[in-house]
Design a protein. Structure first.
Length: 287
């Protein structure tokens, strides 16, 4: 579609941002709905985040997504934050309204939709181990509690970040922090239904979470929020043990669809077109 003076812009801020498939997904949606909108990736270092957010206001962008490492830091630079995002302590979607920056979090929504689609699994009554306490880990852990999970454990190598999740959820509900060590995970793994990698470990070749192969059994569901590569080291371990596996592509799809609807004032996202564009961008075609 032609870019001109009426083209509306949205995008994503991240560091790194070269791996993102969000532009393909959103631009396919805009094309399908004949909208004169464009979605662009912006490499933004953490020290430039405030200036970049002020810039979208000055340049009259519609809004942006936020990815690693900006989801938590952005909270201090916004004019208003949705109550759920405030509780989670992380923002992944910003919209500009009347010159003010409004923050939302669609990660939890995207995660729950993905788990239902990939595993036919609801979160109510489940026991979940979340690896990582960054923006995605916060959102996923809190969503599990909100959906009625029986137990939620958050494992992180920095205890203060895990503690921040517990405080964000209000120390209410069945949520606890454990060290990110094999010894600690070994004590609870037999009770875990769903293991979720919410860290960035797996993005690069050779990345390893260092988990023991014995943790993986056919009864375990394993979800990696990473979608590129399609099969991380974690998913290879899980697959070898006949555990049920899925990567983060559907989470990306559904959180992106919700962001789309926030920016466009609840215009329905064309999911089929967005899914097709994602698979082509990430894998070169259907998987």
């Amino acid at each position: 579609m032609k870019i001109d003076g009426t083209t509306k812009l949205v995008g994503v801020f991240g560091d790194p941002v070269t791996h993102t498939a969000s532009p393909a997904m959103h631009n396919a949606a805009f094309t399908a709905l004949k909208m004169n909108w464009k979605y662009l990736p912006f490499h933004v270092a953490i020290e430039n985040l405030k200036a970049a957010l002020d810039g979208i206001r000055a340049l009259n962008l519609i809004g942006v997504n936020l990815t690693v490492p900006h989801k938590v830091a952005a909270l201090g630079f916004l004019d208003e934050v949705d109550p759920e995002a405030r509780q989670l302590g992380a923002v992944n979607t910003v919209v500009v309204e009347n010159g003010r920056l409004h923050g939302f979090n669609t990660d939890g929504y995207g995660f729950a939709r993905a788990i239902q689609e990939d595993f036919n699994l609801g979160l109510q009554g489940r026991s979940v181990l979340v690896l990582g306490a960054g923006g995605a880990g916060r959102s996923i852990a809190a969503k599990c509690v909100r959906e009625g999970a029986q137990h939620v454990w958050v494992a992180n190598r920095t205890a203060s970040k895990s503690d921040a999740i517990l405080q964000a959820v209000g120390n209410a509900g069945p949520i606890a922090a454990i060290p990110f060590t094999n010894a600690a995970i070994r004590t609870i793994i037999d009770r875990v239904d769903l293991l979720v990698n919410a860290t960035s470990v797996g993005l690069r070749p050779g990345d390893s979470l260092g988990l023991e192969p014995a943790f993986f059994t056919p009864k375990l569901y394993v979800y990696d929020t990473i979608y590129r590569p399609a099969e991380t080291e974690l998913l290879k371990l899980a697959h070898t043990a006949d555990a049920k596996c899925a990567n983060g592509l559907n989470m990306l799809l559904y959180q992106g669809a919700r962001s789309f609807e926030i920016w466009t004032k609840d215009k329905k996202a064309p999911l089929a077109k967005m899914r097709q564009a994602l698979k082509t961008a990430v894998y070169g075609g259907p998987q």
